[in-house]
Design a protein around this ligand. Structure first.
Ligand code: 4AD
Ligand code: MG
Length: 473
């Protein structure tokens, strides 16, 4: 079928030319002399106006063109006399591909996001979800372009894994066993010998560990794929299935890692500002009036780099000055989102990269700092070179670290944390054979999309969200 995309028709000034557009009717109104149809084909947030003079199209066809119906229009591109649109189409002929009854769930404007989640299969056709999905695509392109242009190799890590990783969250098991007839050994443990892989397997929570194998061969790689966490976190920031971008780079130190994190995020946001203008303007108007300003401010400010110990000092000073938090924040505690938001939104008013966390609250593979920090005049426990990037509205958008490259120290951590060594032999080989300084991070793709779109709930920035008790569509 030959058709002109609406985005191209709207940009064209070839007035008088005959073209064909196809799409879904957003609205249809008219009087006895003329009909106006707002048509959208998903190529842009903007509709093109179809003008149908009386007598051009028969009554029966016009009746079928209701909100949600799908049509093809042959007509002449003309300069629009109406304000706010450059061109429109004077129809000559209309084909109805599919009518649409008034039980179409997206018929009414201004439905709640809650309602739209229940109709997630149809919500993609609304303005808001069209904008979010086009931006999502653009962010994926920005990510691939950034890493490709910087000499990283796109490296594919497995989704099914036999190791428990970093304890990043509860894992989903993968099995072909008959769950009604599970064989158990004398201790009551399930026997996996006869399972598909001959051992217990799960969906991955991160591609990092295999990513390190790639990086220590290719120099610098990135992964970009789905990850799975069965944590029962019913929050607007957590999904059970989400996409993660994980670069891993050899021969870098903490400062280089932070430079990379900051440069990478700014690149993505700049890409959105440049390539998603219409969609951002729509979201700025309809969803979040401060959106574009916030995006511009992030690309134009230097992120704060804040050691954890200094962060705790600031938080404790704030408490002394009267600030109330629900959770405690003593040295050694993991920060709650209220603490992160205070630092980012109230204290610094810009993104913060927090570093040098207590070892006990971070993953086993993070590089241990050479010196223990002083706090309140006393020497504290060991810290590690972890980096969390904290963003306004979002909280943690990136988690990363310099990796422990010493075989002995890494084995020490694995043992003291009771991580089963038999699962880790292949990972430890990176430290045994030609170990090197390296590091990397993971960016939660949907958290980036939340930030760039101004949407409030992570369920609304992925087409088909997976959360506790929800796996419809
Ligand atoms: O901080 P996390 O757990 O780090 C890792 O998985 C490391 N292996 C990354 C690395 O160093 N290569 O997760 C990384 C990011 C978080 O900062 C957050 O943005 C996102 O992944 N994330 C989630 N996003 C949506 N839903 C969830 N349940 C998420 N859990 C983490
Ligand atoms: Mg984290």
């Amino acid at each position: 079928m030959k058709r002109t995309k609406i985005i191209d028709a709207l940009a064209s000034t070839e007035y008088g030319k005959e073209i064909t557009v196809m799409g879904w009717c957003r609205s249809h109104r008219g009087n006895k002399n003329v009909d106006f149809i707002a048509l959208n084909d998903g190529s842009t947030i903007k509709n093109i106006q179809i003008v149908v003079d009386a007598g051009v199209v028969d009554e029966a066809t016009l009746k079928q063109i209701t909100t949600g119906s799908c049509i093809g229009v042959d007509g002449v591109l003309v300069e629009s006399p109406a304000q706010g649109q450059a061109s429109e189409i004077q129809a000559k002929n209309i084909t109805v591909f599919g009518g649409c009854g008034n039980d179409y769930p997206m018929q009414k404007k201004g439905q709640s996001f809650e309602y739209m989640r229940q109709h997630a299969h149809m919500r993609l056709r609304t303005n808001t979800f069209g904008a979010v999905m086009r931006i999502r695509h653009n962010m994926a392109m920005a990510i691939h372009t950034y890493f490709h242009e910087h000499g990283y190799f796109y490296f594919h890590t497995p989704l099914i894994t036999a190791s428990d990783r970093e304890g990043a969250g509860q894992m989903f098991q993968v099995t072909t066993k008959n769950l009604y007839d599970l064989k158990k050994d004398e201790n009551g443990s399930i026997i996996y010998d006869d399972d598909f892989f001959g051992k217990q397997t799960s969906l991955t929570v991160s591609g990092q560990l295999e990513g390190e194998l790639g990086a220590t061969a290719l120099g610098q790689i990135y992964t970009f794929g789905p990850t799975f966490r069965a944590e029962n976190s019913n929050t607007p920031r957590h999904l059970a299935e989400f996409w993660m971008v994980e670069p891993e780079v050899c021969f870098i130190e903490l400062d280089d890692l932070m430079d990379l994190e900051e440069d990478f995020i700014k690149y993505c946001v700049r890409w959105a500002l440049k390539n998603c203008k219409d969609d951002l303007e729509f979201l700025n108007k309809m969803i979040d009036k401060g959106l574009i300003e916030r995006l511009e401010s992030v690309v134009n400010t230097e992120f704060v780099r804040l050691p954890y110990t200094k962060g705790i000092e600031i938080l404790q000073q704030a408490i002394k000055d009267g600030k109330k938090f629900e959770f405690p924040c003593n040295w050694g505690d993991d920060l709650a989102s209220e603490h992160e938001r205070f630092l980012v939104e109230e204290y610094f008013k810009k993104p913060v990269i927090m570093t040098n966390y207590p070892k006990a609250i971070k993953a086993f593979y993070m590089k241990i700092d050479a010196e223990k920090p002083m706090f309140d005049g006393k020497e504290m426990e060991e810290t590690v070179q972890g980096t969390d990037v904290l963003f306004p509205q979002i909280g943690e958008i990136i988690g990363g670290s310099v990796r422990e490259e010493s075989y002995e120290k890494l084995v020490g951590e694995i043992e003291s944390r009771n991580i089963p060594m038999k699962d880790m032999w292949w990972y430890l080989d990176t430290r045994k054979f030609g170990t090197c300084p390296h590091g990397g991070f993971g960016l939660g793709f949907e958290r980036l999309i939340l930030f760039v779109t101004g949407m409030q709930n992570i369920r609304d920035v992925i087409p088909f969200p997976r959360t506790p008790k929800t796996a419809e569509f």
